[in-house]
Design a protein around this ligand. Structure first.
Ligand code: FES
Length: 610
C-alpha cells in the first residue's frame, strides 16, 4: 500500500513474525529489527544493530528483503544465507515478509505451559534396573562380554548392537560394576552404578513443546523445559503443516528434522539443569495430536488432511529412539500412546489419564482447547469423544491485533464505570491481544451491549470508535499502537466458540445427558489454563454450570506423558480407554449444521443451558 510520508512516497509492508504470531505494519526503509521492536517483539541486539554480534538472526520464510550485506556475510555462513538466515538489523522488507524468529533471538519468550494437575498414580516401572558386579575377563575366564552378563543375570536376554557397544565400553571404564536396564526382556542400557536412570516425557503441541526429565528410580521430576514447536515456520496449524508435508517433496522430512532437533535441544537443556548426561535417558514418552505423532515418527500425514481423516495407525508405538535421531541412550526406546482418531490424538489420551476422567464416578467433561479442540464426555461408565475445528483465533491468529501469549499481550479485560481495564502479560505495555484477552473482550462486549447477539457492533455505544472497540489508544511515548477489537474479530470468536459448544452439545446428546448434569468440567491445555471461565460461559462457549464444577488443570497432557513413563499399568489403561471410547465424527451428525449456526449467537441458546 503506497502512502505519503512527508515528501517521500513510501510503502507499508506486513511483517509476519513467527512463531510469536505477531503481525506488524512497517514502512519501507525500516529494518526488520526496528519493525519487530515497534510491534512489541523484542529481539536480542547485543551490538545495538551494528551488524557485528549476530544475535538478531531471523529466517526469511516468504517475501523479499534487501540484498545480503557484507556484515551479514561476515556473521553468517554461506549455508545459513542459502537457508534464508539474515541479520534483522541489516535488512529491510521489499514486500510483505514472513519471518521465523528462533527462541535464542527473542529477548522474552512466549509463555508456555509446563505445569499441570494430575491424579496420583502408583509407579509400575516399565524398565527393571539391575546392579551387577561382573568378574573381569582373564586368561582363565575367556567368556565374551555378553556371555559374562548373561551368566550373571541368569538369562540370555536379547540386545541390540547399540547396547553391546555401550555395555562393552561402560564395563571397561567402570570396573565391570554397572546398572543394567532391562525393558520387556531386552537389555537396553548399561550405566555406571553412580548414575541415575532417567526418563524423558514430552508433550508435543502444535505451538509449544513441554518436556520433563524424570528419575526412573524415584519418579521425581528433575527438570522441566519448554520450547516453541519449530514447525510453526512451516504453518501455524495442523492443517497447514499437513499441507506443507504433502506438497513438498521433502516436506515431512524437514518437519520431522526440525522437531527432532528441538527435542534434542530440550534433552540437552534438561540434562544440564539436572547435572546429567543424555546417555542416562533410557526411555522416552512422546505425546501429541495425530499430526505431531505421525510427523515425529515419520509416518505420512496427507490422509490426515483429507476426509475421512484417518491415521495410518492408532495403535501405541514403541521403537528404538535412534530410529528418529533422538540423542538419548543408544539402545533406549520411545513409546507413543495410542490415538483415539485422526483428530483426537495421544495428547488427549494422556490428558484423560492424568485427570483420571475415564474412571471418574462423576459425569465428567474434559476438553483441551486449541486450533482443534478435543472433548471427551464420561457418563455412566461410558466415554464419548469428538474433535472440533475451533481454529487459531484463540492463539491470536485471524485477529487484527492478535498474538500468542507473550509479554505485552493483553490477557484480561474488564469494564468498570465505563472505563476499560486491561492486564497484560508481565505488565508490559500492551502490544496485542492473546486468546484469553480476546475471549474477555467479546464477553465484555456482549455484557455491555457493544455487540448484539449476531456479533454486529453497536455504533451508538460510546466505547465503539471507528467501527471497533478500542482497548488501548496508541501511545507514541511508549512506542505502542492502538489495540482494538473489530467486528471481524468478534466473528472469528463466534466461529471458535460455536465449534466448541456444538461439540459439547452433540456429545451430551449422544450420551443422553443434560448439560446441567455435568458434575466436573475439566479444562486442560495452555490456553485453557489462562482463560476466564466466566467469560467463556457468558458468550455461551461453556454451559452455565456452577463455577466450582470447572477445573483448569494446565498441561495435563504433559503430566499424562510423565505417568506413562513411570507406569506400565498406565499404558494398559491407555489401551483400554481407546478401545472403549465412542468416537463421534461431528460433521456426520445430522444436527451438526443447525446446532453450529444456532451456537454462533452470542446469547447462548443451546440445549441444556441452565
Ligand atoms: Fe547485532 Fe544485529 S543486533 S548483528
Amino acid at each position: 500500500m503506497a502512502v505519503l510520508d512527508g515528501i517521500r512516497a513510501v510503502t507499508a509492508y506486513t511483517l509476519d513474525l513467527q512463531p510469536i504470531g505477531r503481525r506488524a505494519q512497517v514502512k519501507s526503509g525500516t529494518t526488520l529489527l526496528e519493525g519487530a521492536q515497534r510491534s512489541g517483539v523484542e529481539l536480542v541486539s547485543v551490538c545495538g544493530g551494528a551488524g557485528l554480534c549476530g544475535t538478531c538472526r531471523v529466517q526469511q520464510l516468504e517475501g523479499d528483503l534487501t540484498p545480503v550485506s557484507a556484515d551479514e556475510r561476515a556473521e553468517l555462513s554461506a549455508a545459513e544465507i542459502a537457508a534464508g538466515w539474515r541479520l534483522a538489523c541489516q535488512c529491510e522488507p521489499l514486500s510483505d515478509v514472513k519471518l521465523y524468529i528462533p527462541a535464542e533471538s527473542l529477548s522474552s519468550a512466549q509463555r508456555l505451559q509446563l505445569e499441570g494437575a494430575a491424579a496420583e498414580i502408583e509407579r509400575d516401572p516399565v524398565i527393571r534396573l539391575v546392579d551387577v558386579d561382573l568378574a573381569p575377563p582373564s586368561t582363565e575366564d575367556l567368556r565374551a562380554d555378553m556371555q559374562r552378563l548373561a551368566d550373571h543375570l541368569g538369562a540370555d536376554y536379547p540386545a541390540s548392537p547399540a547396547f553391546m557397544r555401550q555395555f562393552a565400553e561402560a564395563a571397561r571404564t567402570n570396573d565391570w560394576s554397572l546398572r543394567i536396564a532391562i525393558r520387556d526382556g531386552e537389555l537396553i542400557a548399561a550405566l555406571p552404578r553412580a548414575q541415575r536412570a532417567l526418563g524423558l516425557a514430552v508433550d508435543i503441541g502444535t505451538t509449544g513443546l513441554a518436556a520433563y526429565l524424570i528419575d526412573l528410580d524415584t519418579g521425581v521430576t528433575l527438570a522441566k523445559a519448554g520450547a516453541m514447536n519449530p514447525q510453526i515456520a512451516y504453518g501455524e496449524d495442523v492443517i497447514s503443516r499437513v499441507a506443507y508435508a504433502s506438497t513438498h517433496a521433502d516436506g515431512a522430512t524437514v518437519l520431522q528434522a526440525r522437531l527432532v532437533t528441538t527435542l534434542n535441544d530440550l534433552v540437552t537443556t534438561l540434562c544440564n539443569q539436572a547435572g546429567a548426561q543424555p546417555q542416562q535417558v533410557i526411555e522416552a514418552v512422546l505425546v501429541g495430536n495425530s499430526a505431531m505423532h505421525h510427523l515425529v515418527v515419520g509416518l505420512p500425514v496427507q490422509q490426515l488432511g483429507e476426509a475421512p481423516y484417518v491415521p495410518v495407525t492408532a495403535a501405541a508405538l514403541e521403537f528404538p529412539a535412534a530410529q528418529i535421531g533422538l540423542n538419548i541412550a543408544p539402545a533406549a526406546y520411545v513409546y507413543l500412546p495410542p490415538l483415539i482418531a485422526g483428530y483426537v490424538g495421544a495428547d488427549h489420551v494422556a490428558m484423560l489419564l492424568a485427570t483420571g476422567a475415564p474412571d471418574a464416578d462423576q459425569t465428567t467433561l474434559a476438553l483441551d482447547i486449541g486450533t482443534n479442540t478435543e472433548i471427551t464426555l464420561v457418563a455412566g461408565g461410558h466415554c464419548w469423544s469428538c474433535s472440533c475445528a475451533s481454529g487459531p483465533a484463540f492463539e491470536g491468529a485471524h485477529i487484527k491485533d492478535g498474538m500468542r501469549a507473550a509479554p505485552g499481550a493483553v490477557e484480561r479485560i474488564d469494564l468498570f464505570d465505563g472505563k476499560v481495564m486491561l492486564k497484560t502479560i508481565e505488565n508490559k505495555p500492551p502490544v496485542g491481544i492473546c486468546g484469553s484477552g480476546i475471549l474477555d473482550a467479546v464477553s465484555v462486549m456482549v455484557e455491555h451491549r457493544l455487540v448484539n447477539e449476531r456479533g454486529s457492533l453497536n455504533a451508538e455505544h460510546p466505547l465503539i470508535s471507528e467501527r471497533a472497540f478500542v482497548l488501548a489508544p496508541a501511545d507514541p511515548a511508549a512506542g505502542t499502537k492502538a489495540i482494538s477489537v473489530t467486528r471481524q474479530d468478534v466473528n472469528e470468536i463466534q466461529l471458535a466458540k460455536s465449534a466448541i459448544r456444538t461439540g459439547i452439545d452433540l456429545l451430551l446428546e449422544a450420551a443422553g445427558v443434560e448439560a446441567s448434569a455435568i458434575e466436573s468440567f475439566v479444562i486442560a491445555g495452555a490456553f485453557g489454563s489462562y482463560i476466564n471461565v466466566e467469560s467463556a460461559v457468558k458468550i455461551g462457549m461453556f454451559p452455565a454450570l456452577p463455577r466450582e464444577r470447572f477445573t483448569q488443570v494446565g498441561n495435563a497432557a504433559g503430566m499424562g506423558a510423565c505417568h506413562l513413563l513411570l507406569s506400565h499399568a498406565q499404558r494398559q489403561i491407555a489401551a483400554d480407554l481407546v478401545a472403549r471410547v465412542n468416537y463421534i465424527e461431528l460433521t456426520t451428525v445430522p444436527a451438526f449444521q443447525d446446532r453450529f449456526i444456532a451456537n454462533l449467537m452470542l446469547t447462548p441458546p443451546s440445549k441444556g443451558q441452565t
